[in-house]
Design a protein around this ligand. Structure first.
Ligand SMILES: [Zn+2]
Length: 372
Protein backbone atom coordinates (compact mmCIF):
# COMPACT_ATOMS: atom_id res chain seq x y z
CA UNK A 1 0.00 0.00 0.00
CA UNK A 2 1.21 3.53 -0.76
CA UNK A 3 2.37 5.34 2.41
CA UNK A 4 0.09 8.33 1.72
CA UNK A 5 -2.90 6.02 1.32
CA UNK A 6 -2.09 4.26 4.60
CA UNK A 7 -1.92 7.69 6.29
CA UNK A 8 -5.23 8.72 4.72
CA UNK A 9 -6.92 5.60 6.10
CA UNK A 10 -5.63 6.56 9.55
CA UNK A 11 -6.65 10.18 8.99
CA UNK A 12 -10.17 9.10 8.09
CA UNK A 13 -10.32 7.05 11.28
CA UNK A 14 -9.13 10.09 13.26
CA UNK A 15 -11.70 12.34 11.55
CA UNK A 16 -14.46 9.85 12.36
CA UNK A 17 -13.44 9.56 16.02
CA UNK A 18 -13.23 13.34 16.36
CA UNK A 19 -16.74 13.70 14.93
CA UNK A 20 -18.11 10.95 17.20
CA UNK A 21 -16.53 12.49 20.32
CA UNK A 22 -17.79 15.97 19.48
CA UNK A 23 -21.31 14.61 18.98
CA UNK A 24 -21.13 12.73 22.27
CA UNK A 25 -19.89 15.78 24.16
CA UNK A 26 -22.75 17.83 22.67
CA UNK A 27 -25.33 15.15 23.52
CA UNK A 28 -24.43 14.79 27.22
CA UNK A 29 -26.09 18.05 28.46
CA UNK A 30 -29.18 17.11 26.45
CA UNK A 31 -29.52 13.94 28.53
CA UNK A 32 -29.36 15.95 31.72
CA UNK A 33 -31.94 18.43 30.46
CA UNK A 34 -34.31 15.58 29.55
CA UNK A 35 -34.22 14.32 33.14
CA UNK A 36 -34.59 17.88 34.40
CA UNK A 37 -37.79 18.25 32.36
CA UNK A 38 -39.08 15.02 33.90
CA UNK A 39 -38.22 16.36 37.34
CA UNK A 40 -40.17 19.57 36.66
CA UNK A 41 -43.15 17.45 35.63
CA UNK A 42 -43.07 15.51 38.90
CA UNK A 43 -42.82 18.79 40.86
CA UNK A 44 -45.94 20.07 39.10
CA UNK A 45 -47.83 16.86 39.97
CA UNK A 46 -46.85 17.24 43.63
CA UNK A 47 -47.95 20.87 43.78
CA UNK A 48 -51.27 19.99 42.16
CA UNK A 49 -51.88 17.21 44.71
CA UNK A 50 -51.07 19.59 47.59
CA UNK A 51 -53.34 22.29 46.17
CA UNK A 52 -56.19 19.75 45.91
CA UNK A 53 -55.85 18.97 49.63
CA UNK A 54 -56.04 22.70 50.46
CA UNK A 55 -59.16 23.11 48.29
CA UNK A 56 -60.79 20.15 50.05
CA UNK A 57 -59.97 21.58 53.48
CA UNK A 58 -61.54 24.92 52.54
CA UNK A 59 -64.65 23.15 51.28
CA UNK A 60 -64.88 21.17 54.51
CA UNK A 61 -64.73 24.35 56.59
CA UNK A 62 -67.49 25.84 54.43
CA UNK A 63 -69.75 22.80 55.04
CA UNK A 64 -69.04 22.84 58.79
CA UNK A 65 -69.98 26.54 58.99
CA UNK A 66 -73.17 25.83 57.07
CA UNK A 67 -74.09 23.06 59.56
CA UNK A 68 -73.51 25.42 62.49
CA UNK A 69 -75.73 28.06 60.87
CA UNK A 70 -78.48 25.51 60.27
CA UNK A 71 -78.30 24.24 63.86
CA UNK A 72 -78.64 27.82 65.15
CA UNK A 73 -81.60 28.35 62.87
CA UNK A 74 -83.31 25.18 64.19
CA UNK A 75 -82.94 26.23 67.83
CA UNK A 76 -84.40 29.64 66.91
CA UNK A 77 -87.40 27.91 65.27
CA UNK A 78 -87.84 25.75 68.43
CA UNK A 79 -87.92 28.89 70.59
CA UNK A 80 -90.46 30.49 68.28
CA UNK A 81 -92.67 27.36 68.32
CA UNK A 82 -93.27 27.85 72.04
CA UNK A 83 -94.85 31.24 71.43
CA UNK A 84 -97.08 30.51 68.37
CA UNK A 85 -100.81 31.07 68.66
CA UNK A 86 -102.26 28.99 65.80
CA UNK A 87 -101.85 25.45 64.64
CA UNK A 88 -100.91 26.67 61.08
CA UNK A 89 -98.02 28.74 62.41
CA UNK A 90 -96.77 25.73 64.41
CA UNK A 91 -96.90 23.46 61.34
CA UNK A 92 -95.00 26.03 59.27
CA UNK A 93 -92.17 26.18 61.84
CA UNK A 94 -92.02 22.39 62.01
CA UNK A 95 -91.58 22.35 58.23
CA UNK A 96 -88.71 24.86 58.44
CA UNK A 97 -87.02 22.66 61.05
CA UNK A 98 -87.35 19.58 58.82
CA UNK A 99 -85.84 21.47 55.83
CA UNK A 100 -82.89 22.65 57.95
CA UNK A 101 -82.27 19.12 59.26
CA UNK A 102 -82.27 17.82 55.66
CA UNK A 103 -79.68 20.46 54.69
CA UNK A 104 -77.51 19.42 57.63
CA UNK A 105 -77.51 15.79 56.40
CA UNK A 106 -76.56 16.92 52.86
CA UNK A 107 -73.61 18.90 54.28
CA UNK A 108 -72.57 15.98 56.49
CA UNK A 109 -72.55 13.63 53.48
CA UNK A 110 -70.32 16.06 51.61
CA UNK A 111 -67.88 16.20 54.53
CA UNK A 112 -67.79 12.38 54.64
CA UNK A 113 -67.06 12.27 50.92
CA UNK A 114 -64.17 14.72 51.40
CA UNK A 115 -62.75 12.60 54.22
CA UNK A 116 -62.72 9.52 51.98
CA UNK A 117 -61.07 11.55 49.20
CA UNK A 118 -58.49 12.91 51.60
CA UNK A 119 -56.90 9.46 52.01
CA UNK A 120 -56.38 9.17 48.23
CA UNK A 121 -55.04 12.73 48.08
CA UNK A 122 -52.48 11.96 50.79
CA UNK A 123 -51.35 8.90 48.86
CA UNK A 124 -50.89 11.03 45.70
CA UNK A 125 -48.75 13.52 47.59
CA UNK A 126 -46.61 10.79 49.17
CA UNK A 127 -46.07 9.08 45.78
CA UNK A 128 -45.11 12.35 44.09
CA UNK A 129 -42.71 13.19 46.92
CA UNK A 130 -41.06 9.79 46.66
CA UNK A 131 -40.71 10.13 42.87
CA UNK A 132 -39.22 13.59 43.25
CA UNK A 133 -36.65 12.30 45.69
CA UNK A 134 -35.64 9.46 43.34
CA UNK A 135 -35.43 11.73 40.33
CA UNK A 136 -33.38 14.29 42.22
CA UNK A 137 -30.88 11.57 43.16
CA UNK A 138 -30.85 10.32 39.56
CA UNK A 139 -30.19 13.75 38.13
CA UNK A 140 -27.29 14.30 40.52
CA UNK A 141 -25.76 11.00 39.46
CA UNK A 142 -26.41 11.73 35.79
CA UNK A 143 -24.79 15.16 36.10
CA UNK A 144 -21.73 13.65 37.78
CA UNK A 145 -21.50 10.96 35.07
CA UNK A 146 -21.87 13.56 32.33
CA UNK A 147 -19.09 15.66 33.85
CA UNK A 148 -16.78 12.65 34.07
CA UNK A 149 -17.64 11.42 30.59
CA UNK A 150 -17.14 14.86 29.10
CA UNK A 151 -13.72 15.12 30.73
CA UNK A 152 -12.73 11.71 29.31
CA UNK A 153 -14.07 12.62 25.87
CA UNK A 154 -12.21 15.93 25.89
CA UNK A 155 -8.99 14.11 26.70
CA UNK A 156 -9.51 11.60 23.87
CA UNK A 157 -10.49 14.41 21.54
CA UNK A 158 -7.23 16.22 22.26
CA UNK A 159 -5.28 13.02 21.52
CA UNK A 160 -7.12 12.40 18.24
CA UNK A 161 -6.67 16.03 17.22
CA UNK A 162 -2.93 15.76 17.80
CA UNK A 163 -2.82 12.51 15.81
CA UNK A 164 -4.86 14.13 13.04
CA UNK A 165 -2.55 17.17 12.84
CA UNK A 166 0.47 14.89 12.74
CA UNK A 167 -1.00 12.78 9.90
CA UNK A 168 -2.08 15.83 7.91
CA UNK A 169 1.40 17.31 8.02
CA UNK A 170 2.79 14.05 6.58
CA UNK A 171 0.41 13.74 3.57
CA UNK A 172 1.00 15.42 0.20
CA UNK A 173 -0.77 18.80 -0.09
CA UNK A 174 -2.65 18.05 -3.34
CA UNK A 175 -3.89 14.69 -2.09
CA UNK A 176 -4.94 16.19 1.20
CA UNK A 177 -6.88 18.94 -0.61
CA UNK A 178 -8.69 16.29 -2.64
CA UNK A 179 -9.46 14.26 0.49
CA UNK A 180 -10.81 17.37 2.28
CA UNK A 181 -12.96 18.41 -0.65
CA UNK A 182 -14.59 14.97 -1.07
CA UNK A 183 -14.95 14.53 2.71
CA UNK A 184 -16.74 17.87 2.95
CA UNK A 185 -19.42 16.83 0.46
CA UNK A 186 -19.63 13.09 1.10
CA UNK A 187 -18.64 12.65 4.74
CA UNK A 188 -15.64 10.44 3.86
CA UNK A 189 -12.72 10.93 1.47
CA UNK A 190 -11.24 7.45 1.12
CA UNK A 191 -12.93 4.15 0.37
CA UNK A 192 -12.00 0.50 0.14
CA UNK A 193 -12.31 -1.19 -3.26
CA UNK A 194 -13.53 -4.77 -2.91
CA UNK A 195 -15.05 -7.26 -5.38
CA UNK A 196 -14.63 -4.73 -8.20
CA UNK A 197 -16.73 -2.19 -6.31
CA UNK A 198 -16.19 1.06 -4.46
CA UNK A 199 -17.57 0.15 -1.02
CA UNK A 200 -18.56 3.75 -0.22
CA UNK A 201 -20.75 4.45 -3.28
CA UNK A 202 -21.32 0.79 -4.33
CA UNK A 203 -20.57 1.56 -7.98
CA UNK A 204 -18.71 -1.06 -10.05
CA UNK A 205 -15.21 0.02 -11.00
CA UNK A 206 -13.82 -0.30 -14.51
CA UNK A 207 -11.45 -3.30 -14.79
CA UNK A 208 -8.46 -1.02 -15.41
CA UNK A 209 -9.31 1.09 -12.36
CA UNK A 210 -9.69 -1.97 -10.14
CA UNK A 211 -6.39 -3.39 -11.42
CA UNK A 212 -4.65 -0.09 -10.68
CA UNK A 213 -6.04 -0.02 -7.13
CA UNK A 214 -4.86 -3.58 -6.55
CA UNK A 215 -1.41 -2.85 -7.95
CA UNK A 216 -1.11 0.17 -5.59
CA UNK A 217 1.56 1.91 -7.64
CA UNK A 218 -0.29 5.22 -7.88
CA UNK A 219 -3.21 7.08 -6.31
CA UNK A 220 -6.52 5.95 -7.86
CA UNK A 221 -9.88 7.72 -7.53
CA UNK A 222 -13.41 6.32 -7.81
CA UNK A 223 -14.84 7.63 -11.10
CA UNK A 224 -18.26 7.85 -9.52
CA UNK A 225 -17.77 9.44 -6.09
CA UNK A 226 -14.19 10.78 -6.47
CA UNK A 227 -13.07 9.12 -3.23
CA UNK A 228 -9.48 7.91 -3.06
CA UNK A 229 -9.48 4.10 -3.39
CA UNK A 230 -7.42 1.45 -1.64
CA UNK A 231 -7.41 -2.32 -1.73
CA UNK A 232 -6.95 -4.60 1.26
CA UNK A 233 -5.85 -8.08 0.07
CA UNK A 234 -6.90 -9.65 3.38
CA UNK A 235 -10.51 -8.80 2.48
CA UNK A 236 -10.41 -10.74 -0.82
CA UNK A 237 -12.67 -13.76 -1.06
CA UNK A 238 -10.66 -16.89 -0.24
CA UNK A 239 -9.67 -18.76 -3.38
CA UNK A 240 -11.56 -22.06 -3.69
CA UNK A 241 -9.38 -24.90 -2.50
CA UNK A 242 -8.06 -26.81 -5.49
CA UNK A 243 -8.84 -30.52 -5.41
CA UNK A 244 -6.76 -31.94 -8.23
CA UNK A 245 -7.96 -35.53 -8.14
CA UNK A 246 -11.59 -34.38 -8.41
CA UNK A 247 -11.34 -31.57 -10.90
CA UNK A 248 -8.60 -32.21 -13.37
CA UNK A 249 -7.08 -29.22 -15.04
CA UNK A 250 -7.41 -29.45 -18.83
CA UNK A 251 -3.98 -29.69 -20.38
CA UNK A 252 -2.99 -27.03 -22.86
CA UNK A 253 -3.09 -28.23 -26.46
CA UNK A 254 0.31 -28.05 -28.06
CA UNK A 255 -0.90 -27.76 -31.64
CA UNK A 256 -3.04 -24.67 -30.86
CA UNK A 257 -2.26 -21.49 -32.72
CA UNK A 258 -2.15 -19.55 -29.45
CA UNK A 259 -0.21 -20.22 -26.25
CA UNK A 260 -0.02 -18.58 -22.84
CA UNK A 261 2.91 -18.91 -20.44
CA UNK A 262 3.87 -17.72 -16.99
CA UNK A 263 7.40 -16.65 -16.10
CA UNK A 264 8.64 -15.71 -12.63
CA UNK A 265 10.82 -12.99 -14.16
CA UNK A 266 11.15 -11.24 -17.50
CA UNK A 267 13.96 -8.82 -18.33
CA UNK A 268 13.90 -6.20 -15.54
CA UNK A 269 10.27 -7.05 -14.66
CA UNK A 270 9.04 -9.54 -12.09
CA UNK A 271 6.29 -12.08 -12.74
CA UNK A 272 4.73 -11.87 -16.21
CA UNK A 273 2.27 -13.56 -18.53
CA UNK A 274 3.34 -14.22 -22.13
CA UNK A 275 0.94 -14.70 -25.03
CA UNK A 276 2.16 -16.15 -28.36
CA UNK A 277 0.21 -16.25 -31.63
CA UNK A 278 1.24 -18.32 -34.64
CA UNK A 279 0.15 -16.74 -37.88
CA UNK A 280 1.14 -18.12 -41.32
CA UNK A 281 4.74 -19.03 -40.51
CA UNK A 282 5.28 -15.96 -38.31
CA UNK A 283 4.65 -15.48 -34.57
CA UNK A 284 3.83 -12.54 -32.31
CA UNK A 285 4.51 -12.13 -28.60
CA UNK A 286 2.71 -9.97 -26.02
CA UNK A 287 3.91 -9.58 -22.41
CA UNK A 288 1.70 -8.59 -19.45
CA UNK A 289 2.43 -7.80 -15.81
CA UNK A 290 1.05 -10.70 -13.71
CA UNK A 291 -0.37 -8.52 -10.92
CA UNK A 292 -1.89 -5.64 -12.88
CA UNK A 293 -2.45 -7.21 -16.31
CA UNK A 294 -0.83 -4.15 -17.87
CA UNK A 295 1.03 -4.75 -21.14
CA UNK A 296 4.81 -4.47 -21.00
CA UNK A 297 6.51 -3.15 -24.13
CA UNK A 298 5.15 -3.57 -27.65
CA UNK A 299 4.04 -6.63 -29.62
CA UNK A 300 7.13 -8.41 -30.95
CA UNK A 301 6.88 -10.28 -34.25
CA UNK A 302 9.42 -12.83 -35.47
CA UNK A 303 9.88 -15.23 -38.34
CA UNK A 304 8.73 -18.81 -37.65
CA UNK A 305 6.46 -20.63 -35.25
CA UNK A 306 6.75 -19.23 -31.67
CA UNK A 307 8.66 -22.26 -30.26
CA UNK A 308 11.43 -21.68 -32.71
CA UNK A 309 11.18 -17.90 -32.75
CA UNK A 310 11.16 -17.26 -28.95
CA UNK A 311 13.10 -20.19 -27.35
CA UNK A 312 14.65 -17.93 -24.67
CA UNK A 313 11.15 -17.13 -23.27
CA UNK A 314 10.09 -20.74 -22.88
CA UNK A 315 12.75 -22.10 -20.54
CA UNK A 316 11.42 -22.28 -16.93
CA UNK A 317 8.01 -21.07 -18.17
CA UNK A 318 4.72 -22.65 -17.05
CA UNK A 319 2.29 -23.35 -19.87
CA UNK A 320 -1.25 -22.06 -19.17
CA UNK A 321 -4.70 -22.62 -20.68
CA UNK A 322 -6.06 -19.66 -22.59
CA UNK A 323 -7.60 -19.02 -25.96
CA UNK A 324 -8.87 -15.74 -27.28
CA UNK A 325 -8.92 -14.43 -30.83
CA UNK A 326 -6.34 -11.88 -31.83
CA UNK A 327 -9.20 -9.44 -32.55
CA UNK A 328 -10.37 -9.81 -28.94
CA UNK A 329 -6.86 -9.23 -27.72
CA UNK A 330 -6.62 -6.06 -29.80
CA UNK A 331 -9.82 -4.82 -28.14
CA UNK A 332 -8.31 -5.17 -24.66
CA UNK A 333 -5.92 -2.36 -25.45
CA UNK A 334 -2.87 -2.15 -23.23
CA UNK A 335 -4.38 -4.05 -20.31
CA UNK A 336 -5.89 -7.50 -19.65
CA UNK A 337 -9.52 -7.27 -18.49
CA UNK A 338 -10.00 -8.38 -14.90
CA UNK A 339 -11.99 -11.47 -15.89
CA UNK A 340 -9.23 -12.66 -18.25
CA UNK A 341 -6.58 -11.95 -15.63
CA UNK A 342 -8.59 -13.92 -13.06
CA UNK A 343 -8.91 -16.92 -15.42
CA UNK A 344 -5.14 -16.95 -15.99
CA UNK A 345 -4.38 -16.50 -12.27
CA UNK A 346 -6.66 -19.41 -11.41
CA UNK A 347 -5.09 -21.63 -14.07
CA UNK A 348 -1.64 -20.73 -12.81
CA UNK A 349 -2.68 -21.71 -9.28
CA UNK A 350 -4.01 -25.04 -10.59
CA UNK A 351 -0.85 -25.68 -12.60
CA UNK A 352 1.34 -25.04 -9.55
CA UNK A 353 -0.91 -27.17 -7.34
CA UNK A 354 -0.84 -29.98 -9.90
CA UNK A 355 2.93 -30.19 -10.01
CA UNK A 356 3.36 -30.28 -6.22
CA UNK A 357 1.45 -33.29 -4.75
CA UNK A 358 2.33 -35.55 -7.68
CA UNK A 359 6.05 -35.06 -7.12
CA UNK A 360 5.54 -35.87 -3.41
CA UNK A 361 3.48 -39.03 -4.17
CA UNK A 362 6.13 -40.30 -6.55
CA UNK A 363 8.82 -39.72 -3.96
CA UNK A 364 6.84 -41.71 -1.37
CA UNK A 365 6.16 -44.49 -3.90
CA UNK A 366 9.85 -44.88 -4.78
CA UNK A 367 10.79 -44.97 -1.09
CA UNK A 368 8.32 -47.81 -0.56
CA UNK A 369 9.61 -49.85 -3.48
CA UNK A 370 13.19 -49.37 -2.28
CA UNK A 371 12.30 -50.59 1.22
CA UNK A 372 10.51 -53.77 0.12
ZN1 LIG B 1 -17.12 5.49 -5.14
Amino acid sequence: MLPDVQKLIELQQADREILRLKEEIAALPKRVSTIEAKLAGTKAVLEKAKAAIKTDEAARRKYETAIQDLQQRISKYRDQSLEVKTNEQYKALLHEIQFAEQDIRINEDKILELMVNAEAREKDVKAAERELKEETAEIEKEKADARQRTAEDEKQLAEWNAKRDHLRSAIGADLLRHYDRVSKYRGTGISEARDHKCLACQVMLRPQTYNEVRAANEIVFCDSCQRILYHDPTHDKPVEPVVTHKRRRPHPKFESSQAWYYRSSFEEHGEVLLAFINDHGRSRRRVFDLATGREIGDILEREGEYRLAFPEDLSDAIRLNGSWTEAEMDEWGRELPMVILDVLHRDLDLAREESRPRAKDEAIASEHSAAS
